[in-house]
Write a new protein. Structure first.
Length: 135
C-alpha cells in the first residue's frame, strides 16, 4: 500500500517494498488536512486544505506537483473515485459539500445535509457516493 502523511509541514509518501517501509518527502508543503485517493495509477492523488484553499496534489514522471482548485475550503476533507471521476467531500461549518471536476474546472455544491462529525464517501456503483457519517 501507499500511505500519504502530512507531518512537520510537509507531505510524505510511505510505501512498503521488498526491503520494508520507505518514507519519501514529496517536496510539497502541507500544513492542513489531507485526503488521498487512488485514481488508477501507481501513486494516489492528494487533496489538501492550505491557506483556506483546496489544493490538488499529484505525481508524474517529473515529480510531485500542487495546484489550487480555485475553491475556498475549510473543515474536514475526504475523497473517492466515482464512475472514474474524483469527488471530494468537505464538511464545512457542519454542512456536507461535494466537490467535482468537469471541463470548466472544479465546482462545489452544498448538499444542505447537516453533519456534526467526520464523514467519508464510499463508491457504491452509482453516479454519486454514499456518505457515511460518524456521530
Amino acid at each position: 500500500p501507499t500511505i500519504m502523511v502530512s507531518q512537520n509541514g510537509k507531505l510524505f509518501q510511505v510505501r512498503r517494498g521488498m526491503a520494508g517501509w520507505k518514507v519519501t518527502d514529496t517536496g510539497i508543503p502541507v500544513t492542513g488536512d489531507i485526503t488521498a485517493v487512488n485514481v488508477g495509477g501507481s501513486l494516489p492523488q492528494v487533496f489538501a486544505i492550505e491557506g483556506g484553499m483546496l489544493q490538488q496534489v499529484w505525481a508524474d514522471a517529473l515529480g510531485w506537483h500542487s495546484k489550487s482548485t480555485g475553491l475556498k475550503a475549510d473543515g474536514s476533507i475526504s475523497a473517492v473515485v466515482v464512475g472514474g471521476a474524483v469527488q471530494v467531500i468537505l464538511n464545512e461549518d457542519g454542512v456536507v459539500n461535494q466537490v467535482t471536476l468537469d471541463s470548466s474546472g472544479w465546482h462545489r455544491f452544498s448538499t444542505a445535509i447537516r453533519a456534526g462529525a467526520e464523514s467519508t464517501p464510499v463508491d457504491i456503483g452509482l453516479d454519486h457516493p454514499l456518505i457515511i457519517q460518524a456521530g
